[in-house]
Design a protein around this ligand. Structure first.
Ligand code: SOE
Length: 404
């Protein structure tokens, strides 16, 4: 099979021009995965699928899975097809046959692992939020920039085709000057006071492991997408609440004060002059993962809802009066972002594909020498916004966001 000379000839860097690359000619990309929870599964699924759907010059190899519990890690490795198992991430990083360290472990270990991996010259993919806070994230940015290693933070929602299409419309100037940005991320899974904090599955409720509550977990997604679509945020004023004040710890069974924010909302001013409202909570009964955003500009508006993720709502004020109105674009056509690589027009894809796209873009960045975003530095920018929101919730004042 002949290899296509350039994958960029067709316009989109991720479209087959002639023949797909043959694994025979491809460079291996050996993955060392740390963590086997929800995100370990989402990333592994993406690694397994990416070469089947995207023409890339690297072939992903699932080299090793790493977790503290040997039996659970072995079961995970078996399910997803990892070739080997490690129970000590330092041993994983020391291995010469690993190219990429993927950090899908809880937030409190991101920095230590990333800094050690950078020193060892590994490429690094890190789950969001980058650090427990901005100061910690900065140490990670310094380490990867010093080591000059490829890096990316898993803010996957940018890569939902409808959201990527929103970015294209905004960049083409379709909305004109932007006045408003509105985002919400609503869940309801912690209303029951018997849900413990700490331990597998519920570490997001333990502040010593998570760093913060919904601000770092959910709003961080909204902030990353917002800054990608609408530029940087200058100032914020926020409020947070912890509705359940004490929860038993999953590891000790003892009741402990809850240190995370259960709900968080803030107002923001973007550098381009637009105003924003953001809200997230795990106490919105009936909402499981409802991430919505809406942007209003002088010529038009767009809106998107994770519960209907393949649709982008678009209003163009310049349409003729008789037919002017909100269009519901079913983002499944071959000329819409990423969709040429999947099925045929009209057939939808889902949540897990955003991770496949992120890996595809990361590898395409390695192939082309043009690194994919969001980099650790962009992840730091999001951590600076969440820091400012949490600070403002304490001071009751507008707070400036640190510049990266
Ligand atoms: C929390 O429930 C969570 O799993 C987040 O940690 C993810 O980042 C988000 O995408 C979905 O919700």
């Amino acid at each position: 099979m002949q290899r296509s000379r350039s994958f960029t000839e067709a316009g989109h860097p991720l479209t087959f021009k002639n023949n797909p690359p043959s694994p025979f000619f491809m460079k291996p990309l050996n993955i060392g995965m740390i963590g086997y929870g929800f995100m370990g599964r989402a990333h592994s699924n993406a690694f397994r699928k990416v070469n089947n759907f995207f023409p890339l010059q690297h072939q992903v190899v699932l080299k090793a899975a790493c977790g503290r519990d040997g039996a659970k890690t072995a079961a995970f490795a078996n399910t997803w097809g990892y070739q080997s198992v490690e129970t000590d991430w330092k041993a994983l990083i020391a291995r010469e046959d690993i190219d990429v360290i993927d950090i899908a472990a809880p937030n409190n270990v991101h920095a230590e692992i990333a800094i050690a991996a950078a020193k060892a010259g590994k490429m690094i993919l890190c789950e969001k939020p980058l650090g427990m806070n901005g100061a910690e994230a900065l140490t990670m940015v310094k380490a990867i920039e010093k080591a000059k290693v490829a890096n990316m933070v898993w803010y996957n929602y940018r890569r939902i085709p409808a959201v990527t299409l929103a970015k294209q419309l905004i960049d083409e100037g379709k909305l004109g000057k932007i006045f408003h940005y509105r985002a919400k991320f609503l869940q309801d899974w912690t209303i029951n006071a018997d849900v413990p904090q700490g331990g597998p599955g519920t570490w997001r409720l333990d502040v010593s492991v998570a760093g913060s509550g919904v601000t770092g977990d959910l709003l961080a997604h909204c902030i990353d997408t917002a800054m990608w679509l609408n530029g940087s945020i200058d100032t914020v004023t926020g409020m947070t609440e912890t509705f359940v004040k004490e929860r038993a710890h999953a590891l000790t069974g003892k009741k402990q004060k809850v240190g995370i924010d259960d709900a968080s909302a803030f107002l923001a001013r973007f550098s381009n002059g637009s105003l924003a409202t953001f809200e997230s909570t795990r106490y919105a009964r009936g909402h499981k993962a409802q991430y919505t955003l809406e942007i209003n500009g002088e010529n038009g508006s767009i809106a998107w809802d994770l519960h209907d993720l393949h649709r982008l709502q678009y209003f163009d004020h310049r349409d003729g009066g008789l037919t002017r109105g909100w269009r519901s674009i079913h983002v499944t056509d071959g000329d819409q972002p990423y969709m040429k690589n999947w099925w045929v027009p009209g057939l939808a894809i889902g949540y897990e594909h955003s991770f496949v796209h992120q890996v595809a873009d990361f590898i395409a960045g390695l192939d082309s020498g043009k690194p994919a975003a969001p980099s650790f530095r962009e992840g730091l920018a999001t951590d600076y916004v969440t820091d400012a929101v949490l600070k403002s919730a304490k001071t009751g004042r507008w707070e400036k966001v640190k510049k990266i």
